[in-house]
Ligand binder design. Structure first.
Ligand code: PMP
Length: 287
């Protein structure tokens, strides 16, 4: 089955979809994105992603080319056309294509580029890594200072994943001034020996994860103590458990940090419990 994608108002076979070589997303990484997961053919936390998209566009003075209702409609149509039961919807909005390459933003009449496509991922919620746990390395956080805006400039995170792979690991946690900011494409957490969840507080230093917000809400509802503060790699290595969250991996246990086992090196009790609560609640609220 050929995938149907959405480009600027049209549903097209992926092979016929086109974007200009002058698109500012291509030339300047002048664009924002969102990734929403699909379970049981429904969108997980669409509202959270739509709200963050609005915020990203506002922070970059970009126009809002589609309403939230239209966006929901496009997401649903793509899920339907591509028969997605489990998978992802990727959305990207760029500042469009001016007549030429110019650092100056184009005038307001240059239309934004809106692209959406689905990724079919059967077994997304049954990822075996959630049973086994994953290994991370730490690397210096060399990204720009507005990580709260979900832009498409993902070269350094991509390089971070490659550095992790080169060391036989799955991902990298980024460290700035001695403290973990977040993972290459996820938010990072530890569970202390006392059973408190610790994750960095929101600021411009990290992406305000949609999964993070939900997980912290559910943790508090389950009477689990939450501390929003920075933590070090050493603290993670001495923690009881560790994990990360993202819209596509949900809640993922981390069992090794820089070659040192977290706890006994096996997936603990708390992280699978949080993952289960998260998946159950989000499936119930899916649209
Ligand atoms: N931090 C970064 C740097 C990310 O790229 C992502 C995923 N896009 C996250 C955190 C997790 O955010 P969310 O839970 O909204 O997917």
């Amino acid at each position: 089955m050929t995938r149907t994608v959405y480009v600027n108002g049209e549903y097209l076979p992926e092979t016929e979809a086109k974007v200009s070589i002058f698109d500012r997303g291509f030339l300047f990484a002048d664009g924002v994105y969102e990734v929403t997961s699909v379970l049981d053919g429904k969108l997980i936390d669409f509202e959270g992603h739509a709200k963050r998209l609005t915020r990203s566009l506002n922070e970059l003075d970009m126009p809002h080319p589609v309403t939230m209702d239209e966006l929901l409609e496009i997401h649903r149509e793509l899920v339907k056309l591509n028969e997605i039961e489990e998978g992802l919807v990727y959305l990207q909005i760029t500042r469009g294509a001016d007549a030429d390459r110019d650092f100056v933003f184009p005038s307001a009449d240059v239309p934004a580029t809106v692209v959406l496509f689905t990724q079919n991922k059967p077994g997304l919620a049954d990822n075996p890594a959630a049973q086994k746990g994953i290994k991370v390395i730490s690397i210096d956080d060399q990204r720009w200072g507005r990580r709260d805006i979900k832009t498409v400039q993902l070269l350094y995170p991509s390089m971070g994943k490659m550095m992790a792979k080169a060391q036989g690991c799955d991902d990298a946690w980024l460290v700035e001034d001695g403290y973990v900011t977040e993972g290459t494409s996820n938010n990072a957490y530890i569970v202390t020996q006392e059973g408190t969840i610790v994750t960095r507080q929101l600021s411009n230093d990290i992406l305000h994860g949609i999964t993070r917000a939900a997980v912290l809400r559910f943790a508090k509802e389950a009477q689990i103590k939450v501390e929003e503060r920075p933590f070090t790699i050493e603290e993670a290595q001495n923690a009881k458990e560790a994990f990360f969250t993202s819209a596509s991996a949900f809640v993922m246990p981390v069992v090794e940090v820089d070659g040192k086992a977290v706890g006994d090196g096996k997936v603990g009790d708390m992280v699978p419990r949080i993952r289960e609560i998260y998946l159950e609640e989000m499936r119930k609220a899916a649209v």
